[in-house]
Design a protein around this ligand. Structure first.
Ligand SMILES: Nc1ncnc2c1ncn2[C@@H]1O[C@H](COP(=O)(O)OP(=O)(O)OP(=O)(O)O)[C@@H](O)[C@H]1O
Ligand SMILES: [Mg+2]
Length: 135
């Protein structure tokens, strides 16, 4: 079997960002792009808490890790809301906009599924050769 999938719910509070990162560390221990995966999930979890309805009292977000033929898919599902994830132009970086920029640089691909009822921001990291060194 070359694939597996793991999901976990987190409370939509700032304290959960560290937990979400630890979830990735635990399940991707020894993975060549572990550091990138940790950063991506930290940024996406931060966004879910800060910008989506997951950050409201009692809100939740879900982190999913999927591995298939050494290709890694990471997803953070939130509870939606009026705003949607967008890559901000570079000139706004001083005001923020580093999160998704970082995700777009680290990941082979990324995107958003869903609508105001709930969105999943996902990122894919390319298949890791057995002896690959982290980027
Ligand atoms: N899960 C989300 N739900 C709703 N809107 C989002 C979500 N993630 C990001 N956004 C929107 O996309 C914008 C860009 O996100 P990004 O993470 O790049 O920057 P930021 O969170 O504003 O700042 P930084 O990550 O640098 O602290 C956000 O300002 C927000 O408006
Ligand atoms: Mg952000």
């Amino acid at each position: 079997m070359s694939g597996w999938r793991m999901s976990r719910h987190f409370l939509g509070s700032p304290a959960s960002i560290t937990e979400a990162r630890r979830f990735v560390t635990t399940f991707l221990k020894g993975w060549p792009s572990l550091e990138s995966a940790e950063l991506i999930v930290s940024e996406l979890a931060t966004n879910a808490v800060r910008h989506s309805a997951s950050g409201r009292f009692g809100g939740l977000f879900i982190v999913t890790i999927r591995v298939n033929h050494r290709r890694l898919w990471l997803g953070v599902a939130d509870e939606g809301g009026p705003r949607s994830p967008e890559l901000l132009p570079a000139y706004e970086e001083a005001e923020g906009g580093r999160g998704l920029m970082l995700v777009s640089i680290l990941a082979t691909g990324w995107g958003v599924l869903g609508d105001h009822n709930g969105r999943t921001v996902w990122a894919v990291l390319d298949p890791a050769p057995a002896m690959a060194v982290d980027r």
